[in-house]
Design a protein around this ligand. Structure first.
Ligand code: MG
Length: 378
């Protein structure tokens, strides 16, 4: 629907449609946003191929059932966990298993199963854990008819937050955790963000962007301390033969890595630098000698929406004056032919006025509006 609107604007602008340039449309860049709303100059995200039930094309597959090559014991020695029927299985007393590689902020997919043979109760039944960066435990526990303290039950952030719901499968059945994790962010010794955990358990939201309170431990509230920007993913040995399979991870950017478009990490200096760079890039592509003067004018109006550099304002002023001179020479019939151009430039002016790039008294807008009103154009 939105796309359709852009196309309509483009075709209303007549010759402009041929160049794909649709004119100014959404609100322009500002001090916190280097891109306009609906900005086609904004870079496209990378393409990822994804099929349901399979790791996405950009995922790092950590365990596919064929090898434990990417895993070791917590001390770096070979792990004593075993491979069984395409799964890795905890062996009591062997200690945590961890990835050899270390990761930061991530999307993580884990499938796991509590033992089919039900033994013990509470924390003693089907207990393991997914330790993000080796520090924050998303609890793995048999959650089927197995009451325990809620902040230590299945899909809890251990010792902090119970899951929103208990979406547990039966003992022995495979379950999924899809986890989105952001680590704490520090500026010097000041913590700017404590980190967060989101968990989908069997596809059901269990942790909704829980802001982390501490380092996982038993019984105590242990404040977050700096632990480095990368950490190993660990699975816990809690004495139960819990199995894992289909483990993959995608590293994701920190929410603070974006300094140019809204969000908590935005920096005005970075925004302005990118706006200037974009304006320069667009300006460089403009053929100032082109015969399509209105196209050039509209491209200049776009340039100044990023950067009101006096040089750009001057060029815009010149092309605007030339456009107005051209219109002034036309009779009503010829003006009708230029309706698309006139409406297009007026629309661009409106966006620039709305965003304080032009003053509300902008002369070009006033004159174009007068023509539009006189001809009762809609
Ligand atoms: Mg545990």
């Amino acid at each position: 629907m939105k796309q359709l609107k852009i196309m309509v604007v483009a075709s209303a602008a007549g010759t402009v449609a041929a160049t794909v340039f649709a004119g100014l449309y959404g609100d322009t860049p500002d001090a916190k946003h280097a891109w306009a709303v609906h900005d086609n100059n904004r870079p496209q995200p990378p393409i990822v191929r994804a099929e349901p039930g399979k790791p996405p094309s950009d995922a790092i597959v950590l365990f596919d059932g064929t090898s434990l090559d990417q895993w070791c014991a917590d001390n770096g020695e070979p792990t004593k966990w075993v491979m069984n029927d395409g799964a890795m299985e905890c062996v009591r007393g062997s200690g945590y298993i961890r990835t050899k590689e270390a990761f930061g902020d991530c999307q993580l997919h884990v499938e796991w199963a509590a033992p089919a043979k039900v033994e013990g109760g509470g924390q003693g039944r089907g207990n393991s854990g997914v330790f993000l960066m080796g520090q924050h435990e998303v609890q793995v526990l048999d959650g089927w008819d197995n009451p325990t303290y809620p902040d230590g039950m299945i899909a809890s952030v251990y010792a902090e937050n119970p899951p929103l719901v208990n979406a547990s499968s039966k003992p022995g059945e495979w379950q999924t955790y899809d986890i989105i994790f952001h680590q704490p962010v520090w500026e010097g010794d000041v913590m700017k963000f404590p980190g967060s955990v989101t968990v989908l358990h069997n596809g059901v939201l269990a942790q909704d962007h829980w802001e982390i309170e501490g380092l996982s431990t038993h019984c105590q509230r242990r404040p977050i301390t700096k632990y480095g920007e990368k950490g190993h993913l660990k699975f816990q040995d809690h004495g139960n033969p819990v199995r894992f399979r289909n483990v993959w991870i995608r590293e994701i950017p920190s929410r603070f890595a974006n300094t140019t478009h809204g969000g908590p990490g935005v920096k005005e200096a970075d925004v302005m630098a990118l706006r200037k760079a974009t304006a320069a890039k667009l300006f460089e592509k403009i053929d100032l000698k082109s015969n399509n003067k209105v196209d050039t004018l509209r491209k200049m109006l776009e340039v100044i929406s990023y950067d009101k550099d006096p040089k750009y304002m001057q060029v815009t002023e010149e092309f605007g004056a030339a456009f107005m001179d051209k219109i002034a020479k036309h009779d009503k019939a010829k003006l009708e032919e230029l309706k698309g151009e006139i409406m297009g430039v007026r629309n661009d002016c409106n966006v620039l006025i709305r965003n304080n790039v032009f003053s509300p008294e902008n002369r070009m807008k006033a004159e174009l509006q007068k023509i539009i009103d006189e001809n009762k154009w809609k």
